[in-house]
Design a protein around this ligand. Structure first.
Ligand code: ARG
Length: 585
């Protein structure tokens, strides 16, 4: 099934050529869904932009274009409005035919891409022995949704966790571990490191106050680099412990990731520096090896250096990312690499992308994208903190969301006089709580800072997970009430459109493929949330206006089929956000 917008796009392009010649074969017809149903379903705004090059009035251009435009299979005769908008309204028969195709398709009209790409999504990426913080939570939720959308389109997606598991801090951690629990290096499970974050703090304290400790720590880094067995074992112990802690969060959030931490690329770092040297990009500056960047200046207006090897011989974050980029292109053969981190790292990405490009490691055929997001703030607009002023632990945050969801649910159950099992309550609370956190994040434009509010995200009304889940439940309620098995409704359940609310709902249902395509390009999952939110609203308007179970045949079956298609669309759309549905809540 070819998407409606793609079909119209092609038709407009042919009309441009027919009307104005081959020079206009690649002119963008500027086709968009209309914002106001009075102007039809789609509008092409190209006439305005051609006024100058053609030296004609936009309205005359629009008229000429319409004369050559053949969309009669899909649309009513095109209308010209205002200064020269071309308005297109889809025909009911076309909509009904499209709905029939969509109904019969498990993918609801979202065709797999013709040329699947190898895509890497680098997301989550917390640091060993440090707190996995709300920034990592955002990266995890957004990255997972992007991966899900691309996977659904049929791309070959590698989800990489670029864990910070290497660096000088390990000298300090290992030294401290050897000091407080030497037995841990020889006996399996000898110690429970418990809270690694507290461990990190204590190690840091020792490091800061004791020069001898610092020296041991420095030597420890060298030993670790050289592959000393004890140091290696201590490092593994610390990584394993962190990994277990991260896994708790991933399990709660239902996230799949392949860990390939910074340490993986460590053996490749000398080669990176060597090859930059060969490419003639390397400059020694104060003992450090660096590449001077184009377009980045320091505060004195001089070119900014990107240091790839420090004067003490150590490498840094950027060197590792250069090695990783090269590996991902040469060994993983990726066509597109997507990095999901906070906006504060934008320069880091722009800088090493530039160096990779100049070194010839990043061909034009490979797309690298940084997907930045804003900060998570508390309701006071400041950095998110606990009441006592400490950083919020992710585990606690997620637990609180679930607890609050449970409390809300129990109040509702009591008010409605329902009897529910503990199993039901726990399941619903878990799904609602976690989904609320995910949806609240995904429904924001990710580039903005985002205010974390349990009350807002758990509200049953508004653009929230509970509202979306409830819309789905409402449709399932119809099938229960009417004892309808939606699956058996089957292919002969023809959708007929009569009422305005039915048209509005049907047209929206048919736009899923356009939205998925758009999000796969620009990587803004909030557009999918907005689509689903509007879908629920349009469904509710339809359901308020049109009798379903009480309607006469063939309308009854038609409307039931619309309900079913709405539910399936919600379910599929939510699954692309990493959100499961509930039958009852
Ligand atoms: N570990 C980093 C941090 O916590 C994020 C890594 C992102 N990925 C990358 N390839 N640099 O900020």
């Amino acid at each position: 099934m070819k998407s409606t917008i793609a079909y119209l796009h092609t038709a407009l392009q042919s009309a441009l050529v027919a009307a104005f010649g081959d020079d206009f074969a690649t002119t963008n017809p500027m086709l968009v869904p209309t914002s106001n149903p009075n102007f039809g379903d789609y509008q092409a705004n190209v006439a305005m932009s051609l006024a100058k090059p053609l030296g004609k009035a936009p309205r005359a251009i629009a008229e000429q274009l319409v004369q050559h435009l053949d969309v009669s299979e899909l649309c009513e005769p095109p209308q010209i409005a205002g200064p020269g908008f071309i308005n297109l309204t889809l025909k009911p028969a076309y909509l009904e035919a499209q709905l029939a195709v969509t109904q019969a398709d498990a993918r609801l009209g979202v065709a797999p891409v013709k040329e699947p790409q190898r895509v890497i999504v680098d997301f989550s990426s917390p640091n060993i022995a440090k707190e996995m913080h709300v920034g990592h939570l955002r990266s995890t939720i957004i990255g997972d949704s992007i991966a899900r959308i691309l996977e659904f389109q049929g791309h070959d997606v590698l989800r990489l966790n670029h864990v910070g598991d290497w660096g000088t801090q390990f000298g300090m951690l290992i030294t401290y571990l050897k000091e407080v629990a030497p037995e841990a290096l020889t006996t399996a499970d000898a110690i429970d490191l418990g809270d690694l974050v507290a461990f990190y703090k204590k190690a840091k304290q020792r490091f800061d106050e004791d020069a001898a400790f610092r020296e041991t720590a420095r030597l420890e880094v060298v030993k670790l680099q050289a592959g000393d067995q004890d140091s290696r074992r201590a490092w593994e112990l610390l990584c394993d412990q962190s990994r277990r802690e991260f896994q708790v969060i991933y399990d709660l959030l239902d996230i799949c990731l392949t860990e390939r931490g910074e340490s993986f690329y460590n053996p490749l770092l000398p080669g990176v520096v060597e090859d930059l040297e060969k490419a003639g990009l390397l400059v020694e500056d104060d003992g450090a090896k660096c590449v001077f960047l184009e377009g980045f200046t320091n505060k004195d207006g001089n070119p900014l250096p990107l240091i790839v090897q420090k004067s003490d011989g150590g490498y840094n974050y950027a060197t590792t990312d250069l090695a990783a980029l090269r590996y991902r292109i040469q060994q993983d053969h990726s066509d597109r690499i997507i990095y999901v981190t906070d906006a504060g790292q934008a320069n880091h990405f722009a800088q090493f992308f530039q160096v990779a490009k100049r070194a010839g490691w990043l061909p034009d055929t490979v797309e690298v994208v940084h997907v930045p997001f804003g900060l998570v703030q508390g309701e006071d607009g400041k950095k998110l903190k606990t009441r006592s002023g400490e950083t919020v632990r992710l585990r606690d945050l997620l637990d609180e969301a679930v607890d609050r969801a449970r409390a809300d649910l129990e109040t509702r159950i009591q008010a409605e006089g329902r009897q529910e099992t503990a199993e039901f309550i726990n399941h619903v609370a878990q799904v609602v709580g976690i989904s609320a956190v995910k949806y609240a994040d995904l429904s924001q434009n990710r580039t903005s800072n985002y205010i974390f509010s349990f009350d807002k995200m758990l509200a049953l009304n508004g653009n929230t997970a509970p509202y979306m889940l409830y819309a789905y439940v409402r449709v399932q309620g119809i099938s229960r009430k009417g004892q309808i098995d939606f699956e058996k409704l089957g292919a002969n359940a023809k959708i007929l459109l009569q009422e305005d609310t039915e048209f509005t709902l049907a047209k929206h249902l048919l736009q899923l493929d356009e939205i998925v395509e758009e999000v796969s390009q620009d990587l803004f999952p909030n557009k999918l949330c907005q689509y689903l939110f509007e879908l629920s609203q349009k469904f509710n308007q339809f359901y308020d206006r049109c009798p379903v179970l009480q309607a006469e045949e063939p309308l009854r079956t038609s409307r039931l089929a619309l309900c079913d298609l709405t539910a399936r669309t919600l379910k599929l759309g939510l699954s692309l956000l990493g959100i499961p549905t509930l039958e009852r809540m």
